[in-house]
Design a protein around this ligand. Structure first.
Ligand code: 16G
Ligand code: ZN
Length: 533
């Protein structure tokens, strides 16, 4: 029997729905959960092949649709260091998902194996997990069939957050190496991040309670387990929206996406001035903070605010550590509020670059920096220390206790962040640690700069593929002349900025605008949307 000998028989159990086209987009496959069975089976095959192409390194598969509706589901592959799947393999995913017959599935596998020169005698190793969605178990079973068809050594991590799965993959592939990342278990995850957090805050004043909106998703049980492990007054939390059992509650009127999009608190949280709140999304890879000011008005601390808080703290530590040429930089997307970018450039005097929307693009830009802080405005991000930064820290010879302390704090910070991907739980510990070290309230953090009024609109068009962009999605190259129209509209408003980009996850075009006043901002947004339509 050839390597693909069992595929046809297994594939027949998971027929592709007729007249459906699947596409591996910014965050993998994502659509109505019930339509994804064949796709999950085929992703299992591809994950096994990907592992073989990496000489048997462990590949991850996460079944989740993040902040989307409970009836949706999705799947994405995780590469050996816990990063997103290499871009050149995304088209293989799309290709195999759309193969019309079982024989065609085998043909696609054969052709990938040839193109990539894959040694099919290697035993594939794959780990997988899912979020709390009701379609998860069925899709997981289909995935398991795909893995069985290629005789993969496969392990389930059950129901965990997306960043936890990324963490496990990185741990498994770095075990017994000089860059070992941690124990590839849930307990290992709480231990690594929890202990780094405690080392950073030790001896400081204890914080007030943090109220966490877990979007009725997988973040709820996981953050509770972290609290149970830590048992520390420094991690004083109360979890709200933690019902993962009742159907129909996931992400409804709650979660980071709801809070960011609606600029208001989630259901189940009434804001008391002086108290502290944050929201995760449905798979706990995004986080935003918020509070009520003394007038009771809602104030959002989004990904841009987190990036500036973290960059400020790192910049100060690096300066105290007094290490030559150790630089902190910030990666944002075009959605970053203009005032956050000005604050990073003009006040913090740190380099900042723009990347295209989607975590993998920011991640790659951040890898070029010594210490790269990357965040999308929607609350998705982390920090990366590149090898040059690590060796500068290792070789540093502190001359004073203050320098030694700053270097130790930089190491602890590095242990506190999930370097494989943005992680709501580890980002929350990071923000908490910085606030505790600075003795800051959310209002003090918020005071660094004021957001410019902004507006994000969705425009449904006949064909979004005609919209093409360059310059990190800030400039349209097609349709012809539309960018000129946008430019002339922007020029009418003080501090005006606007861009148009096709969505990577929905059949729509997004229009973003900001300007000095709310009225100007809205006029700009709607006039650009009018030009697009
Ligand atoms: C995906 C991305 C998210 C991005 C969003 C943009 C990942 C893991 N997720 O959800 O980072 O903000 O797409 O969606 O990369 P859009 O293209 O529809 O605007
Ligand atoms: Zn998510």
């Amino acid at each position: 029997m050839t390597s693909f000998g069992k595929v046809v028989e297994y594939s027949a159990k998971h027929p592709k729905p007729a007249n459906t086209t699947f596409s591996y987009g910014t965050a993998g496959f994502r659509t109505i959960g019930d339509t994804l069975e064949s796709t999950l089976f085929r992703v299992g095959l591809l994950a096994a092949l990907r592992s073989q192409s990496k000489q048997g390194k462990v590949i991850g598969v996460m079944i989740t649709a993040s902040h989307n509706h409970e009836r949706d589901n999705g799947v994405k592959l995780v590469d050996p260091m816990g990063e997103m799947l290499q871009q050149s393999w995304e088209s293989y995913c799309t290709q195999i998902a759309n193969a019309e017959t079982d024989d065609e599935v085998v043909q696609v596998l054969t052709s990938i194996a040839q193109t990539e020169n894959i040694d099919l005698s290697i035993t594939p190793r794959v780990v997988y997990a899912r979020d709390t969605r009701p379609s998860g178990p069925l899709l997981q079973a289909a995935l398991e069939d795909g893995l069985a068809a290629l005789n993969a050594n496969a392990t389930s991590y059950g129901v965990v957050t997306t960043p936890q799965l990324h963490y496990f993959v990185r741990c498994l592939n770095t075990a017994d190496t000089p860059v070992a990342y941690g124990e590839p278990t849930e307990a290992g995850y709480y231990e690594k991040y929890g202990q780094a957090f405690l080392r950073l805050v030790d001896g400081r004043s204890q914080p007030s309670k943090l109220y966490i909106d877990a979007a009725n998703g997988v973040g709820a049980p996981q953050v509770r387990k972290l609290a149970d492990t830590l048992k520390s007054p420094y991690f004083n939390i109360e979890v709200r929206n933690s019902d993962t059992e009742t159907l129909g509650k996931l992400n409804i009127d709650c979660g980071a996406d709801y809070v960011k999009s609606n600029q208001r608190q989630p259901a189940g949280m009434s804001l008391e001035p002086g108290s502290r709140y944050c929201s995760f999304d449905g798979d706990a890879d995004r986080i935003v903070y918020y509070y009520a000011d003394e007038n009771g008005s809602f104030r959002l601390l989004d990904g841009d605010k987190i990036a500036t808080l973290v960059a400020t703290y790192l910049r100060d530590l690096v300066s105290t550590a007094n290490i030559d040429d150790l630089e902190v930089g910030v990666v944002q997307t075009a959605y970053a509020n203009g005032n956050s970018t000005s604050y990073i450039k003009d006040t913090l005097k740190l380099p900042t670059v723009f990347a295209k929307t989607g975590v993998k693009h920011l991640h790659h830009e951040a890898e070029r920096m010594n210490i790269g802080v990357y965040f999308e405005a929607n609350g998705h991000g982390t920090i990366l220390f590149n090898p040059s930064a690590v060796s500068k820290l290792q070789n540093a010879t502190p001359q004073t206790p203050a320098e030694a302390d700053a270097i130790q704090r930089l190491w602890n910070l590095r242990d506190l962040i999930n370097e494989s991907v943005g992680d709501a739980i580890s980002d929350m510990l990071l923000v908490e640690a910085i606030l505790i070290c600075k003795g800051w309230s959310l209002a003090q953090w918020d005071a660094a700069y004021n957001d410019l009024p902004s507006r994000l609109l969705k425009v449904v068009v006949n064909d979004r593929t005609i919209f093409k962009t360059t310059n990190a999605e800030q400039t349209l190259t097609s349709p012809p002349e539309l960018q000129d129209v946008v430019n002339s509209l922007v020029a009418k408003y003080p501090r005006g900025r606007s861009f148009v980009r096709p969505s990577g996850t929905e059949d729509a075009v997004r229009v973003y605008a900001e300007a000095a006043t709310r009225t100007d901002c809205d006029q700009l947004a709607y006039s650009v949307a009018g030009a697009v339509f």
